[in-house]
Write a protein that binds this ligand. Structure first.
Ligand SMILES: C[S@@+](CC[C@H](N)C(=O)[O-])C[C@H]1O[C@@H](n2cnc3c(N)ncnc32)[C@H](O)[C@@H]1O
Length: 375
């Protein structure tokens, strides 16, 4: 069973695909292919475990179960019914179905969601006499139906909750950057994983934590409580535990690494401190309450500044001024790399960085810009 190969689709935020593709390639997963919104690859179930445990920029990993022409309701019944759901779901278990449809005869995603659920539930009940129940938040099995031009792809979600939920965050601050996007910013910055990593708007420390995890070779999913496949009926718990043990053995915390975090809000810095402590990175952190408009790190330090500037509407005009002031501070730095995430190309322009590259990234539906440059 565990030698059987499957096709997977690891999803990510639009704009992050090339970084995820590189991660999939480096993990040695089979036949990676970059697509819109994610990366397709092939492999056995243990390879899906590795993808879930190690991919830093992926949001979820879907395993394809069936593809079929789907111009009618009876085609849904037949296609969904062709999968043996008893391999996944206990009769007393819980289920959730997501459906998307585009340019197809069946154009009601809610209806499709319901229909797919009914077919699965009926199949399980016919075999075991009990029907699984529906649970949106903590379902044991999550199923995705994607319909495009009357062609359906039916997948089970191997991840469960989104992979940005790593398990290291103590609380959800006001606007923490998603861990998956933070990892993308650090990877895109070109940081060498040895020089200092600086975040002058560090908030809850997401970028510093993700950077430290990369430098320490710490699998992003190690602190997570549960992945989707763990509640599947045929899950091999012993094999999965040994993969996690191997990942734990790989951690090497680089004691000389400096993580410099500033913020004007002391309570945010306390959160950052808590996060670094929780992962064993306490001694790497240099955290200070400071205004980024006076940001002036040591000259010739060859550091990398990776930061997510405030760009929320609530802060209004001050945000524009802040971008200008902070950009002017950066002008005085030499030998530093920067990767700065901000909310629009107008704000990115206000930084006035010369020879900068811009990368478009969608952050929770907002079109953001990641500006990278060598100063
Ligand atoms: C978008 S949030 C950063 C979120 C952070 N990446 C995280 O994941 O938690 C921006 C942060 O900038 C801080 N901030 C706002 N103005 C600042 C200033 N002038 N100097 C330093 N920090 C500032 C805010 O307190 C907030 O924590």
């Amino acid at each position: 069973m565990f030698g059987k190969r499957f096709t997977y689709f690891a999803t990510c935020a639009p704009g992050v695909e090339p970084l995820l593709h590189e991660e999939v390639r480096q993990l040695g997963l089979g036949r990676p292919e970059q697509q819109v919104g994610g990366v397709r690859f092939e492999g056995t179930m243990p390879e899906a475990w590795r993808a879930n445990l190690w991919l830093r920029t992926a949001v979820r990993v879907l395993r394809r179960e069936a593809r079929f022409e789907c111009p009618s309701e009876s085609a849904v019944d037949e296609g969904v019914g062709s999968v043996d759901w008893s391999a996944f779901i206990e009769p007393t278990g819980t289920l959730w179905v997501d459906a998307q449809t585009k340019d197809s005869v069946l154009d009601h995603s809610r209806y499709l969601q319901q229909r797919v659920k009914d077919v699965i539930v009926d199949q399980v009940r016919a075999a075991d006499g009990t029907r699984p129940s529906v649970d949106r938040d903590t379902a044991d099995v999550r199923v995705h139906l994607h319909l495009y031009r009357d062609r359906a792809t039916l997948s089970v979600d191997t991840s469960g909750a989104s992979l940005h939920r790593r398990g290291w965050r103590n609380s959800q601050g006001r606007a923490p950057l998603a861990e998956t996007l933070a990892a993308a910013c650090v990877l895109r910055s070109g940081w060498d994983r040895r020089g200092p990593l600086l975040d002058p708007f560090c908030g809850t420390g997401t970028l510093l934590v993700e950077g430290a995890m990369i430098a320490a070779g710490m699998a992003p999913g190690l602190s997570r409580e549960r992945f989707g496949f763990e509640t599947w009926r045929d899950h091999d718990a012993a094999g999965w535990a040994s993969l996690r043990d191997e990942a734990r053995d790989k951690i090497r915390i680089p004691r000389k690494l400096r993580l410099v975090g500033h913020d004007i809000a002391p309570d945010r810095l306390e959160e950052t401190r808590g996060h670094l402590d929780g992962l064993g990175f306490t001694e790497l952190g240099d955290l200070e309450v400071a205004d980024a408009r006076a940001f002036a790190p040591r000259a010739g330090w060859n550091g990398t500044v990776v930061s997510n500037l405030p760009y929320g509407e609530r802060v209004g005009d001050r945000v524009e001024e802040l971008h200008g002031d902070f950009g002017a501070q950066l002008k005085a730095l030499t030998g530093y790399r920067v990767a700065l995430l901000t909310g629009s190309s107008r704000l990115a322009g206000l930084l006035r960085l010369s020879r900068a590259e811009r990368h478009r990234i969608l952050n929770g539906g907002i079109e953001c810009q990641l500006v990278t440059a060598e100063l």
